[in-house]
Design a protein around this ligand. Structure first.
Ligand SMILES: *Cc1c(COP(=O)(O)O)cnc(C)c1O
Length: 375
């Protein structure tokens, strides 16, 4: 007899994260690394957050308050919804995992998502034995919601969409997302639409999406929708693991009953509260990302790259095939200490994803590309 994991666990392929700074520093013996691989905040940590973390250090011996009510209240105020609509988790990853476990833990059930998509959806679904039905995105990476809906059947419990999408940056109009929710409700009233808005802050559609939050809070939006947001991107707290969701109150209640009581730690909670307060840092982040996105997109286009229009803090790019392919470019950039994301794990081997950096990083990135292409 040997100890064996369950069959569905044996078949899992693990999540592939972006390369880490330490890994590359050691491998190529480089003094300085620029990481533009994981869509982190290019300005680092807000000064208000640093101060809050220092203060919270003295509280680290205490358990956090169960259910993080202070944080939930602050998020509710920030988005103009009720605290009953807000859940928080150890990154939105935890919320995604729990949603699957709460609503769809059976081999009979299936979840529906696009292909490619954020790999946490299918991985956590497979851990929970769910079948995964994937709808290919259009050739230009836009979404065909009719085609997605066609995959929904009586056993579908969850439908995941990411908007703006990762890795393309495509952002469907808020009106068609609303229509998708209505149509899903008609087709299968037992299914939930999860709208992952990890990057919505960076898009021009952010306000429209927030209007949908208010509808949800007033009960005027179909009650089959969950919005996910995170502190990992525009708020700059990826390392502390803090995500949140805007849920219909009834569904939020299931979430709180299922969540481990202290999964959001006391430092993350303090940091989240401070991040919501730091308006100036947020404005600066959005400005840096939006301007950097324009600058990188136009410079890369001029260098012969294909660049997909993006509403997020990254660009999906394809190098000019006659000069260099994606794999070579990725490798050559690593040698120069610049990490961007190869997309083999998204089954897009000819493509790369680059996170928008700060001015200095964007400049170094473009210089490195030019020098690689000249050789
Ligand atoms: C980065 C990202 C998240 C955020 O995950 P956290 O666990 O909150 O760090 C969620 N969804 C997508 C699609 C992402 O790219």
């Amino acid at each position: 007899m040997r100890i064996m994991a369950l069959p569905n666990i044996q078949k899992l392929s693990p999540y592939v994260p972006g390369l880490s700074i330490a890994e590359i520093q050691e491998k190529y013996n480089l003094p300085q690394i620029i990481k533009m691989a994981s869509n982190e905040n290019p300005l680092g940590v807000s000064p208000l957050v640093k101060e809050a973390i220092n203060q919270a250090a003295c509280e680290a011996f205490r358990y956090p308050q169960g259910g993080n009510p202070r944080l939930a209240k602050a998020i509710a105020k920030f988005h103009n919804v009720n605290p009953e609509n807000v859940v928080v988790g150890n990154g939105s990853d935890e919320i995604i995992d729990l949603i699957i476990r709460i609503f769809s833990k059976s081999e009979k059930n299936n979840i529906v998502c696009f292909d490619p998509c954020f790999s946490i959806y299918p991985i956590q679904s497979a851990i929970n034995c769910n079948q995964v039905k994937k709808c290919p995105v259009n050739k230009d990476f836009s979404f065909d919601f009719e085609k997605l809906l066609a995959l929904v059947d009586d056993e579908t419990r969850l439908v995941f969409i990411t908007t703006p999408d990762n890795p393309s940056g495509y952002c469907p109009p808020a009106t068609s997302v609303k229509k998708l929710a209505d149509d899903l409700k008609k087709k299968n009233p037992a299914a939930i639409l999860i709208i992952d808005e990890a990057y919505m802050d960076f898009s021009g559609d952010s306000d429209k999406s927030e209007r949908l939050f208010s509808l949800l809070a007033q009960g005027a939006f179909p009650d089959n929708v969950i919005f996910l947001r995170t502190f990992s991107k525009s708020f700059g707290l990826a390392g502390l693991r803090l995500g949140y969701g805007i849920f219909p109150a009834g569904l939020a209640n299931f979430y709180w009953r299922s969540r481990l009581p202290f999964s959001v730690n006391i430092i993350a909670e303090a940091a989240g509260l401070a991040a919501l307060q730091d308006e100036a840092f947020r404005e600066m982040t959005l400005k840096t990302v939006r301007e950097g996105r324009e600058e990188l997109a136009s410079s890369l286009t001029n260098l012969g790259f294909k660049v997909w229009p993006s509403q997020a803090n990254f660009l999906l790019i394809q190098p000019p095939q006659n000069i260099i392919n994606a794999h070579e470019l990725h490798k050559e950039l690593l040698k120069k200490g610049i990490i961007i994301r190869a997309l083999d794990s998204y089954k897009l081997p000819g493509h790369l994803r680059v996170s928008i950096g700060n001015n200095h990083e964007n400049k170094r990135f473009l210089e490195a590309i030019k020098s690689i292409m000249e050789n």
